[in-house]
Design a protein around this ligand. Structure first.
Ligand code: FAD
Ligand code: NAI
Length: 478
């Protein structure tokens, strides 16, 4: 039986990056992943690459081009008539982008000498727990083998959560998987859950012509986002045509031959029954520990079904670690990657540290929303005295040249020390701007530090500098 120093179960961003880092550090490393593409071939990269980050961003890009051509080209003097959208071609491009990423990971495994197994990994039924400090991992479907590992990293990710009584059929009731491969533009699209997936996928299909209704259970829109940003987002998304209802209670979901009806109670107690051509259910995700036989190794789950880990990603079993969506913390690809790298480095005797307060969030709507650190409401609740500065895109030269003047950058800093406590952006390329806030917070920078740094002109990043200047009430361009 082949023996490895490190065996990783799951080849998503948590697992495949952990494998590469472990191999770089000189460990004999194996990574087991069961994802296969439509042709039955290995498709490592997990949810992120196959039905998450990458394909959703590909569709967001295609649909944004279409929206621009329809609504914004004319401002530039470009006439585009008879515009059509070939959905099949858009989906084929998305699939090609996904495949490039799958193949890229297989190439990286080869380059770094990671042994890849295509199949499902589980702790051996034949005893699971370590014998002489070594675990046996069985690999099945399509591979059929057993391997041994001194250290095991579980990176098995998460699955979409279904509403009770409304299982995903991926035809009418769609998880993220089905939402990314709708073959024609639904006339009426329902979305349950105004979270990240609901807003991103709702935006894609709205731009392509769907009449999109988003039903959210909570009374507040984007509750985890800074309130000022959430308010601006609600205003802009509503103006774009997304119909967002807050505080609803979904009662029943019934599928017909070609449609799906949702009965729900509105925030003011009225009962509505709406029929959609398709329904996306995006109400969060659940950790995936199916078939892992984690019990046999002494790996315990917490009360919510996540693998129980300490701050270093150690599970309750010796030399078994877990990272990414299957453990506590934000379900984000970059969080999974950081944890994977950190575990590999800990195995090599290094002392990496992840500051969860410095993990950025991005919602890839138009405009994008990005943030890091604390929101104003969190600072208020914690009784922290802070000062804030914001700067609108409207006053930024590059934003005007781009024609993207919606939104603002906001920086929150400690009232006494001026240390940056949070950065919040709604606007074009917020996903790129937020890196500066992350860096500032990781380095313990002050808002004055950002304000004193030379930012290239004309760039959107100047809005960050101006927001930092605004903390001290001395903006230059407003
Ligand atoms: P996963 O990516 O889920 O990978 C787990 C892998 O393990 C899968 O391939 C699975 O098949 C495999 N596996 C499971 N069990 C076994 C087993 N027993 N044996 C072998 N293999 C197994 N995050 C972002 O940061 N940015 C985004 O823009 C973003 N967009 C998203 C869009 C959508 C629609 C969705 C659904 C998610 C998005 N996410 C995004 C979240 C991101 O995809 C996850 O946080 C990330 O994929 C988690 O990585 P992971 O490695 O923990 O797990
Ligand atoms: P989410 O947690 O972002 O949003 C779920 C929403 O559904 C919440 O607003 C919640 O209040 C609502 N909800 C829950 N139950 C409901 C019910 N019964 N009826 C009506 N509303 C209900 O989850 P989502 O959108 O499914 O995404 C899952 C995760 O995937 C995200 O939390 C995020 O971690 C990750 N993701 C990240 C992306 C990014 O980084 N850009 C993009 C997409 C997903």
């Amino acid at each position: 039986m082949d023996q490895f120093d490190v065996v990783i179960i799951g080849g998503g961003p948590g697992g495949y990056v952990a494998a590469i880092r472990a191999a770089q550090l000189g460990f004999k490393t194996a990574c087991i992943d069961d994802w296969k593409n439509a042709a039955g071939k290995p498709a490592p990269g997990g949810t992120c690459t196959n039905v998450g980050c990458i394909p959703s961003k590909a569709l967001l890009q295609s649909s944004e081009h279409f929206d621009h051509a329809q609504h914004h080209f004319a401002e530039h003097g470009i006439t585009a008539s008879g515009l059509t959208m070939d959905v099949a071609k858009m989906l084929a491009r998305k699939d090609a982008v996904v495949k490039q990423n799958n193949d890229g990971i297989l190439y990286l495994f080869k380059k770094n000498k990671v042994t890849f197994f295509h199949g499902r990994g589980s702790f051996s039924t034949n005893g699971g727990a370590a014998k002489d400090g070594v675990y046996q991992i069985d690999v099945t479907e399509p591979a059929k083998t057993s391997i041994q590992g001194k250290h095991i990293i579980i990176a098995t990710g998460s699955n979409a959560r279904a509403l009770p009584g409304a299982a995903f059929d991926e035809h009418l009731i769609l998880s993220n998987d089905g939402a990314l491969r709708i073959g024609d533009v639904p006339k009426k699209l329902g979305v349950i859950g105004a979270g990240v997936i609901g807003l991103e996928m709702g935006s894609v299909w709205r731009r392509l012509g769907s009449d999109v209704t988003v039903l959210e259970g909570l009374p507040a829109f984007l509750g985890a986002v800074d309130e000022q940003v959430a308010k601006e987002a609600m205003k802009l998304f509503t103006k774009q045509g997304l119909k967002i209802s807050l505080g609803v209670k979904v009662r029943t979901i019934k599928t017909g031959k070609n449609n799906v009806s949702v009965e729900y109670t509105t925030a003011d107690g009225k009962t509505e029954n709406v029929t959609f051509d398709r329904l996306i259910v995006s109400i969060g995700r659940v950790p995936n520990t199916n078939g892992l036989n984690a019990d046999a190794a002494g790996v315990k789950l917490d009360e919510r079904g996540f693998i129980s880990v300490d701050g270093d990603c150690k599970t309750t079993a010796a030399n078994v670690w877990a990272v990414g969506d299957v453990v506590r913390g934000p379900m984000l690809a970059h969080k999974a990657e950081e944890e994977g790298v950190a575990v590999a480095e800990r195995l090599a005797g290094q002392h990496p540290h992840i500051d969860f307060n410095c993990i950025p969030w991005v919602i890839y709507t138009s405009p994008e929303i990005a943030w890091v650190g604390q929101t104003e409401q969190q600072l208020k609740a914690a009784g922290v005295t802070y000062k804030g500065g914001s700067f609108p895109y409207m006053a930024n030269g590059r934003a005007r040249a781009l024609g993207n003047t919606d939104g603002f950058v906001k920086i929150l800093a400690d009232a006494k020390t001026d240390k940056v406590l949070g950065m919040h952006v709604i606007g074009a390329m917020a996903s790129e701007l937020i890196a500066e806030g992350v860096m500032a917070m990781e380095f313990g920078a002050s808002s004055e530090d950002i304000a004193r740094i030379c930012h290239a002109h004309p760039t959107l990043s100047e809005a960050t500098k101006e927001a930092a200047l605004a903390v001290d009430k001395r903006t230059l361009n407003m």
